[in-house]
Write a protein that binds this ligand. Structure first.
Ligand code: NAP
Ligand code: 3JM
Length: 349
């Protein structure tokens, strides 16, 4: 990528839940943009919105749209990325991809800046943004891994519906209204664009996010398992995950069990590490009912950690509660942080 004072930036999926937050984050950090190119499907072409005080018009995402683009942020699903990211790279852009399309590709760095920012330097045109649930967990665990080592991670997630996009947010509103009004439609298995067939989400808990794999884990669970090992450069780390969708709108919460590489570690030591880590906020004051919740984390860029406690039976075992806004640190904010690091490294060359 050429060194410039201002860059041409494309956003693919700009009308989506993640794309909208990307615009907010670029404005927030006053990202050095020369030309912003907002892209989505043909359905949205011609829609206008305000960016940095100017009206911009959405265009259809096609290969030609990437001429002269320096940085392309993708969040329009895996098939769009698989089809168009190579076209963007061919035309000289660096792609920061929010989908699972390239994450496990050996040539593609998978980056959470608080953990492995330097991996960005090895990119060959595509840098992947991890899954939302992976990002908040690895960032919270990295200071502990660095200090004491990590032997095992077992996570159960409590994920909001916005992780499935705008349609899923509307679906939860509609179903909630329908249930409260006694509409019988509620008991059906409803088709939704993002997940082909699923049970009702209102007043429910679904132990399935994405499709089932041959090993009986879901793809979302396997993303957490494989991505964690790759980001931390710990291929032998033992990781297991259960991912659950719940009926609230924003932020994901996680109950994380870890075994550290030292039996003498104490809760205050772990609290101290979390407190000092960039981008992580310790909210662990049970005397005053202090712990994070999805509502308290909504709209924030940080990752919040509370309820740190020692396992009753396992001397090197600990439990943590980790919460972050899935659309911000889990997606748009992490991508913009990667873009910032990319231009920082680019100008150092
Ligand atoms: P969403 O609200 O459903 O938005 C989907 C976006 O993709 C819309 O802008 C849509 O444009 C666009 N799109 C759909 N088909 C397209 C096509 N053929 N060509 C160009 N654009 C197309 O979903 P979202 O929550 O923003 O998520 C989008 C994607 O980001 C997900 O599929 C996922 O891969 C990724 N994601 C990543 C994370 C993460 O943690 N890293 C989190 C959430 C999502 P229209 O408005 O024109 O339909
Ligand atoms: C979050 O391609 C698709 O249908 C998108 C599925 C999806 C993903 C994914 O696999 O890219 C929806 C929501 C993610 C993600 O970040 O892993």
């Amino acid at each position: 990528m050429e060194v410039k004072s201002r860059y041409n930036v494309a956003i693919v999926g700009v009308t989506g839940a993640v794309g909208e937050r990307m615009l907010e984050m670029l404005e927030k950090v006053d990202f050095p943009i020369d030309n912003l190119v907002p892209l989505a499907s043909k359905r949205s072409a011609g829609k206008t919105f305000n960016f940095n005080g100017e009206e911009v018009t959405v265009k259809e995402a096609k290969p030609e749209a990437f001429e002269d683009i320096d940085i392309a942020l993708f969040s329009a699903g895996g098939s769009v990325s698989r089809q168009l990211a190579p076209e963007a790279v061919k035309r000289g852009a660096v792609v920061i991809d929010n989908t699972s399309a390239f994450r496990m590709d050996e040539e593609v760095p998978l980056v959470v800046p608080e953990v492995n920012k330097e991996d960005i330097k090895n990119h060959k045109g595509i840098i992947a943004n991890p899954n939302c649930s992976t990002i908040q967990m690895v960032a919270a665990l990295e200071p502990i891994r660095k200090a004491y080592g990590l032997e095992r991670v077992i996570v159960s997630t409590y994920q909001s519906v916005s992780g499935s996009g705008h349609d899923a947010v509307e679906e939860l509103k509609d179903q909630t209204r329908a249930v409260l009004e006694g509409d019988p439609v509620y008991s059906e298995v409803l088709p939704v664009k993002s997940e082909k067939r699923h049970y009702p989400i209102a007043f429910n808990a679904l132990p399935q996010i994405d499709t089932f794999e041959d090993n009986h884990y879901t793809f979302e669970e396997m993303k957490m398992i494989n991505e964690t090992k790759k980001i931390m450069h710990e291929p032998e780390l033992k990781v297991a995950a259960t991912c659950v969708r719940l009926p609230f709108f924003y932020s994901h919460a996680e109950s994380v069990y870890i075994e550290v590489g030292n039996e003498e570690v104490t809760v205050p030591q772990l609290q101290g590490l979390i407190k000092d880590a960039p981008g992580i906020v310790l909210e662990d004051d049970i005397q005053n009912q202090g712990y994070p919740t999805p509502l308290s984390a909504e709209g924030k860029l940080d990752i919040f950690v509370g309820r740190i406690r020692k396992d009753i039976d396992v001397p090197n075992g600990f439990h943590l509660w980790v919460v972050a806004d899935n659309l911000l640190k889990g997606a748009a904010w992490n991508s913009v942080q990667i873009a910032q690091a990319l231009i920082e490294y680019n100008s150092d060359k």
